[in-house]
Design a protein around this ligand. Structure first.
Ligand SMILES: Cc1cc2nc3c(=O)[nH]c(=O)nc-3n(C[C@H](O)[C@H](O)[C@H](O)COP(=O)(O)OP(=O)(O)OC[C@H]3O[C@@H](n4cnc5c(N)ncnc54)[C@H](O)[C@@H]3O)c2cc1C
Ligand code: FES
Length: 262
């Protein structure tokens, strides 16, 4: 039955922790395809508003380990997740439909900090990493700061949440590798033409490294790593930072730029 965890003691500890964590059983209102291989799942039930940049761990039938998915949008009683099909777990998630229930734990991780509130924030998303920036954009607007969004995709058919970001951001700029939408190339090619004093980024590691190196301003970056437990007990997601080893699932996934050693 236990496919991923070789150590039985660790597996038992994992099960005990899961049973005492913030667990929710939510109802699916909708689960629809919003871009190529990308699904948007709307959930309702007894759940508090979850912090922007935090994530939930979803139980998927037939998979031992839960799947970490970021909070895309959240308010009390409602949660939106946007996820891309990349393997067995996310494929099974995409097959769920209205009326079915989802078992999840969260919000996990430390999320984005809005303090101090930047005057001109730039949100930088790479592919599916753009999803958690929606709640961040909402929170920045509510706090009185209007962000710009710069989001990079492979192709126009990969773009999602365009209307939602357009409603919240002063400007939305897309880059695509194949040039089918927006500016052809990567997000780094556009940075020097934008006016901002702080950045928040989420996406693949090479993109995070590139923007962190290219941008002189301070910022926060949300990292992604394969996870075991997802809440701090297995140490499987540890990275070395300027302040010593830290767990992406617990002290992260969001880190300040100066903490990261590339
Ligand atoms: C903090 C965090 C937030 C994330 N938020 C989102 C999101 O909002 N939307 C989204 O589409 N994806 C997100 N991901 C990535 C998502 O967790 C993986 O794509 C997903 O777990 C893949 O599961 P799978 O069974 O389909 O793939 P498989 O490759 O079959 O998974 C096998 C195992 O590897 C793990 N795994 C595989 N890829 C990743 C990955 N990139 N990161 C972490 N674990 C992985 C799986 O959880 C599973 O335990 C996030 C990852 C992290 C760590
Ligand atoms: S995934 Fe287990 S400590 Fe982070």
């Amino acid at each position: 039955m236990i496919k991923h965890c070789k150590n039985t003691k660790k597996a038992t500890k994992y099960c005990i922790f899961v049973s005492v964590m913030n667990k929710y059983l939510l109802n699916i209102i909708s689960n629809s395809c919003v871009a190529k291989d990308v699904f948007r799942m709307e959930l309702t039930g007894e759940i508090p508003a979850l912090k922007c940049g935090s994530f939930v761990e979803i139980a998927v039938e037939g998979c031992y380990l839960r799947r970490p998915i970021s909070v895309c949008a959240s308010c009390e009683g409602h949660l939106t997740l946007v996820y891309k099909i990349v393997g067995e777990g996310t494929r099974k998630m995409s097959e769920l439909s209205y009326g079915q229930k989802v078992d999840l734990i969260g919000g996990l991780g430390n999320g984005f900090s809005l303090s101090p509130l930047p005057a001109h924030p730039l949100l930088i998303g790479g592919g599916i990493g753009t999803a958690p920036l929606l709640q961040l954009a909402t929170d920045l607007r509510a706090a009185g700061s209007t962000p710009l969004l710069l989001a990079g995709f492979n192709s126009a058919s990969d773009i999602f949440l365009e209307k939602e970001f357009t409603d919240l951001c002063a400007q939305v700029i897309f880059t695509t590798l194949d040039g089918s939408r927006g500016i052809q190339g990567m997000v780094t090619e556009v940075l020097s033409s934008l006016h901002f004093d702080y950045f928040y980024a989420c996406g693949p590691m090479p993109m995070l490294k590139a923007v962190s190196t290219a941008i002189p301003h301070p910022g926060q970056l949300s990292l992604e790593e394969r996870m075991g437990c997802g809440f701090g007990i297995c140490m499987g997601c540890s990275i070395q930072t300027a302040g010593g080893p830290k767990r992406i699932c617990k002290e992260g996934p969001v880190f300040r730029k100066e903490e990261l050693l590339w």
